[in-house]
Design a protein around this ligand. Structure first.
Ligand SMILES: [Zn+2]
Length: 290
């Protein structure tokens, strides 16, 4: 099987992006995988620190590995938004395929120091264990909360967007494989509508850094904005909030419709199907499929 790095390159050459979807449980994983398999597309499953604590670090690795090996399917596991070198190290040691070090709240120089340490550790373990662990870092603030928001998070503005100059310096100093820039994107879904994305900034950052870019906070963005950004150099798109909303709404309805039902495998399939529907639509968009 090709490595995740190779799948990213392939997506880039096709003008497509790989979908990254977060899970908190097995049901969401099934919904996401059903959609990916139907379209025969590689996929990345994300576990943030909070999600990882709930699912279990080793359990998460075992789940993804079981599917990958049973079906010979390109499904990969990413440690999404890990906030320290220590938690990145635990994820790498447990067998994650990729990690996101997020120390964007530190100063630029401190961010560089921690991120570089993560990248060096990933290199060392990749070499030692014959793996290819990818390290991603974030530059420019995009908020932290994957939920439905009343208003734009504080500190997210045109002024905090990533500049090509900073991005180039950051990538050179750290040696990361993937960069998550701030280009108008924001974590979570803003009730009044998410801000517009800036494809021209994606293009400039991509040209300055030369590495694949990752779009976080994809939930709630407009379809045409996604397509434009993918064309300009976004190779992975993160979707989390939309899945959480679909899962929870479907589960609430299922429980309300069947108040006597106590068998989880009878009231949960509606939530699995709702996740599948969201993911299928997003994957089609990211891969230029009708
Ligand atoms: Zn994110």
């Amino acid at each position: 099987m090709k490595t995740l790095r190779e799948y990213i390159k392939e997506a880039d050459e096709k003008g497509a992006a790989i979908g990254h979807f977060n899970i908190s449980n097995l049901e969401a994983l099934h919904g996401i995988y059903n959609a990916a398999k139907k379209l025969n597309l590689p996929i990345i499953i994300g576990l943030s620190e909070g999600e990882e604590a709930f699912v279990g670090r080793e359990e998460g690795v075992a789940l993804i590995r079981a599917i990958r090996e049973r079906d010979n399917y390109p499904i990969f596991l990413n440690a999404d938004h890990h906030y320290s070198f220590e938690s990145v190290k635990l994820a790498i040691d447990a067998g994650f395929d990729a990690v996101v070090i997020d120390v964007v709240k530190l100063s630029l120089e401190e961010n560089i120091a921690v991120t570089k340490k993560c990248a060096e550790y990933a290199r060392k373990i990749s070499k030692k264990e014959n793996r290819d662990i990818l390290v991603e870092a974030e530059l420019g603030f995009i908020g932290t909360s994957s939920k439905v928001l009343d208003k734009l998070p504080e500190g997210v503005s045109e002024a905090t967007m990533t500049t090509p100059e900073n991005a180039k310096y950051f990538v050179e100093q750290t040696g990361i494989d993937l960069l998550a820039p701030s280009i108008g994107n924001v974590h979570g879904m803003v009730k009044s509508g998410n801000p517009r994305l800036h494809p021209e900034r994606v293009k400039a950052i991509r040209e300055a850094t030369g590495i694949p870019l990752v779009l976080h906070g994809g939930s709630g963005s407009m379809n045409e904005d996604f397509v434009a950004c993918i064309k300009e150099g976004i190779d992975i798109v993160h979707i989390n909030t939309e899945i959480r909303v679909a899962f929870t709404d479907a589960l609430r309805k299922s429980l309300a419709d069947n108040p006597e039902e106590t068998t989880p495998y009878k009231y949960l399939p509606a939530a699995v199907a709702a996740v599948e529907t969201v993911v299928e639509a997003r994957l089609k968009l990211f891969n230029n499929l009708k």
